[in-house]
Design a protein around this ligand. Structure first.
Ligand SMILES: CC(C)(COP(=O)(O)OP(=O)(O)OC[C@H]1O[C@@H](n2cnc3c(N)ncnc32)[C@H](O)[C@@H]1OP(=O)(O)O)[C@@H](O)C(=O)NCCC(=O)NCCS
Length: 161
């Protein structure tokens, strides 16, 4: 059901999003990983979904400075009541098009191995899992990738030309 609109992120979106972030992640403390700078300096490649005046989803991404053909999705989340309606898929589509417009061919992102929904979602979006040094339940991941205890599944997706 398409009862939402998608626009670029703005600095004023930071407060409403950060105040619900941990709840959207089932109580996991995620807010430390999303400082306001992303809403200031990465607006061209970051998107917010609204239903009326309410923010119901967002995607924070950027273009790699080091690898001009690559773009990176740092964070994406959808309000629990708005899931399974294609909203995250729609947000990713906006990001893929923005990345392609800037000449990117590859999109990367990471997720925690405990986040099974995120893993299923990214595979459905056409991402592949990069080989890591450990495998649990058939999922390969990089141990301590983001510091001690910060295991991560590494995803990449080739954008069509
Ligand atoms: C992961 C998340 C962003 C998906 O958002 P969403 O809007 O519900 O996803 P979509 O509706 O676009 O799903 C697209 C496809 O992904 C798969 N998928 C999404 N959620 C799923 C779930 N809970 N179980 C199984 N498959 C799922 C399905 O194949 C789905 O297509 P379908 O509904 O036609 O079967 C959302 O669950 C969320 O915000 N989770 C908490 C935050 C998080 O983990 N973010 C991702 C890591 S940064």
């Amino acid at each position: 059901m398409d009862d939402f609109t998608i626009r670029h992120a703005e600095p004023c979106d930071y407060q409403p999003i950060i105040s619900v972030l941990n709840d959207w992640w089932d109580g996991r403390i995620m807010s430390d990983m999303l400082p306001k700078l992303f809403f200031v300096h990465f607006r061209e490649t970051s998107f917010v979904a609204e239903s009326g005046v309410n923010i119901v989803g967002f995607l924070i991404g950027f273009l790699s400075q080091t690898f001009p053909d690559q773009a990176y999705i740092h964070f994406a989340g959808v309000h629990p009541n708005y899931r399974r309606r294609g909203l995250a898929c729609n947000l990713y589509g906006h990001f893929f098009r923005a990345a392609q417009k800037h000449g990117c061919r590859v999109v990367r992102c990471v997720t925690s191995p405990v986040n099974k929904v995120s893993i299923v979602f990214h595979l459905r979006m056409g991402f592949s899992i990069e080989p890591g040094e450990r495998v649990i339940e058939g999922i390969s991941f990089a141990e301590n990738y983001d510091g001690y205890g910060g295991d991560r599944v590494l995803f990449s997706k080739l954008l069509s030309a």
